[in-house]
Design a protein around this ligand. Structure first.
Ligand SMILES: C[S@@+](CC[C@H](N)C(=O)[O-])C[C@H]1O[C@@H](n2cnc3c(N)ncnc32)[C@H](O)[C@@H]1O
Length: 263
């Protein structure tokens, strides 16, 4: 259970609205260090919405920031179309496949693909994560350089598996060439000691236990290709066997090809 924490009196009314939307408690203005009943709060901060761990020794906030830090660095110096995720999706020459990211999370992979020119539909089922992502997109949309990239990203706060299943049930065509999946994998304690943002994120989201159903729904939706991001030693998602595997810097991509991508 989480709570909303306004940074100052100026954020109280927005905090109350968000608390109503997310059906949770809104705390009075105070420092996250002084909150003891909740392990994490969603902090309405002037610099943007953030997940903030509480207590005296808590690390800093985690927010979606497409304008500075790691995302900006990767956009400017990350290797462009040579990055593994771009190759896995099928970016080549002028080809820019349309993508449905059914596990949007903090939108980092979608942002890379949109930066390279792909139109991306993003589905995120966790309302807290979707709120963080929507907030990061809203701030970035106002930037003259990054705004056009954000225009290529559309966020739906919905379960991607439900969406894909409903398309199939209604015999509707999928409006994307590639389905991209990056579900949370159950992690060992050791790997949970990684970066603070992933730790806070894991507490918020937990493991995605239904990845096999998600992959099956993706196959049934009839894309040209499905790309699944996995930790290097994680097994492939149960079900269909990948057509090929691409090793990346920090993990691997299992690629399921069904037909050629349009040029
Ligand atoms: C590992 S994170 C994805 C990180 C993302 N690729 C990024 O670059 O930021 C997994 C996310 O997928 C979401 N998720 C898992 N299954 C989903 C589903 N069926 N529909 C929508 N979201 C899902 C989880 O809530 C979580 O936020």
């Amino acid at each position: 259970m989480f709570a909303i924490l306004p940074f100052s009196d100026a954020e109280v009314s927005i905090a109350l609205q968000l608390a109503e939307h997310l059906c949770c408690v809104c705390l009075p203005v105070m420092s996250p260090r002084d909150v003891s009943e909740y392990e994490q709060v969603l902090w309405i901060h002037p610099e943007g919405l953030a997940i903030q761990q509480t207590g005296q020794k808590a690390p800093g906030p985690v927010r979606v920031d497409f304008l500075q830090g790691a995302q900006a660095h990767r956009r400017l110096f990350g290797g462009g179309a040579g990055q593994s995720v771009a190759k896995a999706i099928g970016i080549k020459g002028k080809r820019r496949p349309t993508v449905l990211d059914a596990t949007a999370g903090l939108g980092r992979d979608s942002f890379v693909l949109a930066s390279l020119g792909c139109e991306v539909q993003m589905f995120e089922r966790n309302p807290w994560v979707a709120a963080l992502l929507a907030d990061g997109m809203k701030r970035a949309a106002e930037d003259p350089e990054v705004g056009p990239i954000i225009d290529r990203m559309k966020l739906f706060q919905q379960d991607g598996k439900d969406y894909l299943t409903s398309l199939t049930a209604q015999s509707q065509a999928l409006n994307a060439d590639v389905i991209y999946l990056d579900p949370m994998f159950p992690h060992s304690d050791k790997s949970a000691e990684v970066k603070k943002d992933m730790k806070a994120f894991r507490t918020l989201v937990g493991a995605d236990e239904d990845s096999a159903e998600l992959l099956a729904a993706a196959v049934a939706a009839n894309p040209c290709r499905i790309v699944v991001k996995r930790a290097r030693k994680a097994p492939a998602i149960e079900g269909v066997v990948p057509s090929m595997v691409l090793e990346g810097k920090s993990g691997r991509f299992d690629i399921y090809t069904f037909r050629a991508l349009p040029d």
